[in-house]
Design a protein around this ligand. Structure first.
Ligand code: MSP
Length: 697
């Protein structure tokens, strides 16, 4: 039996899902659907990594137990996967794996026992007890070597993590070690003999040079007194397993390793080895540690480890809450169809490299490629079949006696020309897909859209319809277009399941494109005479101005709760910030009309007071030359004494939708620059006299 197993990383249960998590799930889901379409029995895993000090700390902060903390985060993941149609119910993942499952405890303990009984390729014990002293980053859940931390400015202070910028903990304790240093040759031989083991090639080269640089033994346990939330070491419960040992093992325990019941329900032998999809930041764990553990346990290595890049903002900056450039999942869900998000993710990021994600780019792609591209091809073809062919699929053949007539219109009378083009494109598409080159695959599919669109435009069916003698020529053009739509629905199903199904149904076809193997498509199998379904637009055009205005005015309102805060978090400060980072590297430009939409006015502060229980907010009354002064909340209380602001000229954004913060309506925003790491605000003002209400242009 042909089977396939694909996994995403399991996500830390200390924070809520974001675009990075959604992305890998979309990729995994797309791969799983493509395999299932080709009748390959597929198992798709995603889930959460629930042990370790980070989760313990997050739980403590939120006043929950670690398990309650995990349950809380998992409930968000489940909601998110359901809303984005990635769960089992929607044909997505087969398991949402949790490392707190009892069967996982059994499996990971079994793996530990096996490794601790085994010898390394160099004849030493694979696990030994030793003493570890080092700098440990709780957020990374790993010890840091000298080149992985920032030395302290003041002697005596701890160094800080280069990734998290937080102080490291000095940890000195008894620990079990995995003798990783004995696995360098074995790993290099795998990397050499299996060039596809780590993909893409650039990442493989990174791993090779890391291994060549020499491997250090890995501490794989912590004393229970330091980290209690985890799986106890078999035979030595005073130790808790290292969280990465525990987490990586989920890939095999999920399918039955070390547990009879799961083995019967899923089947380790049936599905292993897996293809692991990971972000490039966690490649080393998957491509060095995990294969070494498996080698030690005598378990077959993964099929492949595929590393993708990171999503950056439209200016190429890392996404972070501090910069305010994150993509919120609830905003995506509110304004965009699932298929358009899936399409954007797969089309825009060249798999393996970093990509840029912005709402505007998403709208542009959805409009140009989907609404005006595939969607338009579908609705124009089907509408013409409804209008000119009485809603029935016309014949794809031109009778002998009409060939000459057809030729005169410029329509190619040899149907193998268009069929050949599409067959070739399908083959290329499938090949790119196999290599996970989704962007290229989609580009190929869009060459088909363009080609058939041009065929319609050149043939002018609306003119042919006026001539009774050209009925068959008209029919042939529309047959070719509708047969192309059938092929595209099958090819694009893994990427856009909903739209593909909708077009399939509108073509009047039975079953689903999910059940058709794209490699088995045969030109001409669309049946002449079949009645098409009701024609409906699949990708409505998106109103960019309206959506962007809604997103911008709602940014602060989209209440993505904090994973740790037990109650609602304090709303972000309603100040328009021009950050230092913005001052450099501006690569995204707007038109003057875009700027004109922002109504900036001169105002004067009439009163200012602190808002009870909100240490960042000031409540301002500002005269902007209107009948009544405006009430505006500004997140500047930590930097400005309220009294000192009275009489001050300021700039406000006057046409923002009012919104409520801490029970007060804010009728605009105060404009300020912001600098330094903590984003210190400096209110914009004037050195010359200017009347209240004057507009900034
Ligand atoms: N728990 C570990 C994985 C254990 S797997 C046995 C972990 N979790 S994580 O939640 O921090 O990250 C999970 C994944 O999200 C990583 O693959 C990471 O690359 C990915 N992403 C986080 N931010 C991202 C972007 N901005 N863009 C794309 N992916 C990103 O690591």
């Amino acid at each position: 039996m042909n089977t396939f197993y694909v996994t995403t990383p399991i996500y830390y249960a200390n924070s809520l899902p974001h675009l990075g998590h959604l992305y890998t799930m979309i990729v995994g889901d797309t791969i799983a659907r493509a395999k299932r379409q080709r009748a390959i029995e597929t198992y798709f895993l995603t889930g959460t990594d629930e042990h370790g000090i980070n989760i313990e700390r997050a739980a403590e902060k939120a006043g929950r137990t670690p398990k309650e903390q995990s349950d809380y985060v998992v409930s968000y993941y489940k909601k998110m996967t359901s809303e984005f149609s990635l769960d089992t119910e929607h044909g997505g993942y087969d398991i949402f794996m949790r490392t707190t499952e009892p069967f996982h405890y059994e499996g990971v303990s079994e793996l530990w026992r096996r490794i601790s009984k085994s010898k390394t390729p160099k004849g030493n014990d694979a696990i030994y007890k030793g003493h570890y002293e080092g700098w440990f980053c709780a957020a990374c859940a790993e010890y840091k070597t000298e080149d992985e931390y920032q030395k302290p400015k003041n002697e005596g202070d701890p160094p800080t993590c280069l990734i998290h910028d937080t102080p490291l903990d000095r940890v000195s304790e008894e620990s079990y070690f995995f003798r990783l240093s004995d696995y360098d040759e074995a790993l290099l031989s795998v990397l050499e003999s299996r060039p596809d083991f780590v993909r893409p090639e650039s990442r493989r080269n990174e791993v090779v040079s890391f291994v060549r640089g020499g491997l250090q033994d890995l501490s794989v346990s912590r004393l229970k007194t330091s980290v209690s939330w985890g799986v106890p070491v078999p035979g030595d419960p005073a130790h808790t397993m290292y969280v990465w040992f525990d987490a990586l093992t989920n890939y095999i325990t999920a399918i039955g390793f070390g547990n009879e019941e799961r083995q019967k329900a899923v089947g380790f032998e049936k599905f292993w080895p897996a293809m692991h999809l990971v972000g490039k930041d966690i490649l080393r764990f998957h491509a060095v540690y995990w294969p070494s553990f498996l080698l030690a346990a005598g378990i077959e290595l993964p099929r492949a480890i595929v590393a993708h890049g990171m999503w950056l903002d439209p200016n190429g900056r890392k996404m972070s809450k501090t910069l305010g450039n994150t993509i919120e999942l609830d905003v995506l869900q509110k304004h965009f169809s699932i298929d358009s998000i899936r399409y954007f993710c797969l089309r825009e990021m060249v798999f393996g490299q970093d990509g840029r994600f912005g709402y505007e780019a998403l709208i542009d792609r959805a409009n140009s490629d989907l609404a005006s591209g595939w969607g338009n091809l579908s609705s124009r073809t089907l509408t013409m079949i409804a209008r000119y062919c009485d809603s029935r699929i016309p014949s794809g053949l031109i009778p002998e006696d009409k060939l000459l007539l057809a030729k005169r219109t410029g329509v190619d009378t040899d149907e193998t020309t268009v069929a050949g083009f599409i067959e070739h494109a399908r083959d290329q598409f499938v090949q790119h897909f196999e290599k996970l080159a989704f962007s290229k695959a989609l580009e190929t599919a869009w060459s088909v859209v363009a080609r058939v669109d041009k065929m319609i435009t050149d043939a002018k069916p609306w003119d042919l319809a006026k001539d009774e003698n050209q009925k068959q020529t008209l029919g042939v053009v529309l047959y070719r277009a509708s047969e192309t739509l059938r092929w595209l629905s099958v090819m694009l199903y893994p990427v856009m399941p909903e739209a593909s199904r909708a077009i399939w149904k509108q073509l009047g076809l039975d079953g689903s494109p999910a059940q058709v193997d794209p490699t088995q498509l045969k030109w001409g199998e669309l049946k002449e005479g079949a009645t098409i379904g009701e024609v409906q637009p699949v990708f409505p055009r998106l109103d960019k101005t309206k959506i962007m205005a809604e997103i911008n005015s709602g940014t602060a309102e989209t209440t993505v709760p904090s994973a740790v805060a037990p109650g609602p978090s304090e709303p972000s400060a309603p100040v328009v910030h021009a950050t230092q980072a913005d001052a450099v590297g501006v690569t995204s430009f707007i038109e003057i009309d875009d700027f004109a939409k922002v109504d900036l006015r001169v105002g004067q502060v009439l009163s200012a007071e602190r808002v009870p229980k909100a240490d960042k907010l000031l409540l301002l009354k500002i005269d902007v030359g209107e009948e009544q002064p405006r009430q505006i909340l500004a997140g500047i209380a930590q930097y400005y004494e309220p009294e000192k602001l009275i009489g001050r000229k300021v700039v406000i954004v006057a046409n923002l939708n009012p919104r409520k913060l801490r029970g007060f309506e804010s009728q605009g925003m105060v404009v300020a620059a912001s600098y330094g790491e903590e984003g210190r605000p400096v209110i914009a003002t004037f050195t010359e006299d200017v009347p209240n209400g004057a507009r900034l242009k």
